[in-house]
Design a protein around this ligand. Structure first.
Ligand code: LMR
Length: 394
């Protein structure tokens, strides 16, 4: 059986995590995988999550199946959180899926059913799992220009030149906010232009929302997705609760379809359920029920929002400190973009060799394209990090 196969490539994010865990140096710093870490380099359980989890344990009386489309109260509350009043609920349908990735999977399968072997456009660069997931789903991934490595900003004119030339058979994958891996995001005015372009070309929008609340705030970060939802006849969105509820390993996500009318929404819903059943039968309930409890209880919800805001502010603070520390040491403003970026990541623009030196000599781990997880930087190590980064640039 297996003699016909070659070893498959390991996902670079998890390969790096394995190397980091095996490194015995005490001063090692993990800037690889996108997880939030506190002062003690620990990823804590949010206190609202801990309290809701206790309620779930105390109140749960059965472990029988929930159903193919998952926890309905959870899906409805995420729908309200994400879309607000931007679109008539009669056109939205949702199924729960294992994490943001499981949600992307369900939606990619659905695209391939509607448009077999169709073209899907992803930003250059994008989250490293987008491209392989598109391929595995039978779609043909292509890049649209996105990030200018020289300026650290979005190449918006080039991006729009590409998007403006698409047609109704194309799908465009957009990051809702906090672009992964670059940290460079569209402004509200740019989202308006994207919405206009998609309306004119008929290209289909697919939004990946994994970091809602980490950029400027929950409402602010939803501007672009709500703009598209309110103006376009159809859309898909994959939501992840991994980061904003800190539920990483519980795999909590939702796959949303917005259709032209309730009849087509029902068809999309039946197709999503059919894909879920054939892929993993049903999603896991535990994390979703925790989120449902939090969002349904005003006190827990306020506590969760405050904790999320603390994480967001901490990231902004670390960004500013790191940019200052590099500026002081290098006498240049070349890395000021770190403070302007939003969300968990920034792409530093270092070479693979420089990234390798930082790992070998300084025990600083980042992805080989020099993506750093800002949420993983220990505040008291910023000086050492800036010394090391400026050191490899010399
Ligand atoms: C990341 O990009 O580091 C996170 O989204 C974790 C993952 O699953 O890749």
């Amino acid at each position: 059986m297996f003699e016909s196969l070659k070893k498959a490539p390991i996902d670079k994010i998890f390969q790096l995590l394995g190397e980091f865990r095996a490194d015995e140096r005490e001063d090692k710093i993990d800037l690889g995988i996108g997880v939030f870490k506190d002062k003690n380099k620990h990823t804590p359980i949010m206190s609202a999550v801990k309290k809701a989890e206790k309620q779930v344990f105390d109140n749960e009386t059965t472990k029988t199946y929930v159903g193919v489309s998952g926890n309905r109260g959870f899906c409805d509350s995420i729908s309200d959180l994400v879309f607000g009043e931007s679109v008539d609920k009669s056109r939205i349908r949702a199924v729960q899926a294992p994490g943001g990735t499981g949600s992307i999977w369900v939606l990619l399968q659905l695209i391939n059913r509607a448009r077999p072997n169709g073209k899907i456009w992803v930003s250059d660069p994008s989250w490293p799992n987008h491209w392989p997931m598109c391929e595995l789903s039978g779609l043909e991934p292509n890049f649209y220009p996105y990030f200018d490595h020289k300026t650290g900003k979005v190449k918006f004119d080039e991006m729009m030149e590409c998007l403006d030339a698409l047609g109704p058979q194309d799908t465009v994958l957009l990051h809702a906010c906090c672009h992964n891996p670059t940290g460079a995001n569209l402004t509200n005015e740019q989202w308006d232009i994207v919405a206009k372009s998609l309306k004119r070309t008929g290209a289909f929008p697919f939004i990946d929302s994994a970091y809602l609340g980490f950029g400027e705030g929950l409402e602010e970060d939803a501007y672009g997705l709500r703009k598209l939802a309110s103006e376009l006849p159809e859309m898909m969105l994959a939501f992840s609760a991994s980061k904003n509820f800190g539920l990483y390993r519980e795999r909590v996500g939702v796959a949303f379809c917005i259709a032209k009318n309730p009849e087509q929404a029902d068809i999309a819903f039946s197709q999503m359920g059919n894909i879920v059943r054939a892929s993993f039968s049903q999603p896991p309930d535990h994390g979703a029920e925790i989120v449902r409890v939090i969002l349904a209880d005003p006190e827990l919800r306020a506590e969760w929002e405050a904790e999320l805001e603390d994480m967001r502010e901490f990231i902004v603070h670390i960004r500013e400190k790191l940019a200052d520390a590099i500026r002081e040491r290098s006498n240049s403003s070349n890395f000021d973009f770190v403070a302007e970026h939003q969300g968990m990541f920034s792409l530093l623009g270092l070479s693979k060799e420089q990234v390798g030196i930082l790992k070998k000599e300084n025990a600083i781990y980042m992805l080989d394209d020099s993506r750093i997880s800002i949420a993983g930087i220990p505040e008291d190590e910023i000086g050492r990090m800036a010394d090391a980064i400026v050191g490899v640039l010399r």
